[in-house]
Design a protein around this ligand. Sequence first.
Ligand code: MN3
Length: 196
Amino acid sequence: MSSFKLPELPYSMDALAPVISKETLEYHYGKHHKAYVDKLNSLIPGTPYESMNLEQIMRESKSGPIFNNAAQVWNHTFYWDCLTPTSKPKKMSDALKTAIEKTFGSVEAFQKDFSAKAVAQFGSGWAWLVKDKSGALSIRTTANAENPMLDGFTPILVSDVWEHAYYIDYRNDRAKYLASLAPLTNWEFASARFGD
Ligand code: MN3
């Protein structure tokens, strides 16, 4: 029987403070992300999903509790990878910079557009920078656990806009959370995804 494990955070619990506090990571990573892993592990024994990896489970299940928990495990792992402490800035590749400038005008214009769309996502969900099969970039938002991979896009970057991502530090102010988060973007990780 396969069993999914909560992946280790790529930094310490206090490394993203004050933008994301230790308390937020204790809840968001230590409780929410862990709960998705535990729930998935309780749902798949005895089903065809128990021999699949996360992405296969997401593609095969498409919706329902197994999809929701598998996708939330994937999405959160990806979200942690998209962030880096300000003490360890990660650079964007020339290829990604050129593509962002071509699509959005500038990196600053991209961040403004990305934040606006993330703020506008109604209810729980995610804001993504994605690449389509031709390599073209766009911003997409998804509801709840949904992931643009299932629509044929390659995720490059994500922001979690569920309230549990920001309520401890920013209360209801999603816009302030997103503006604060932008400088923590792990552009090296996004560049590697873009270069896939
Ligand atoms: Mn979350």
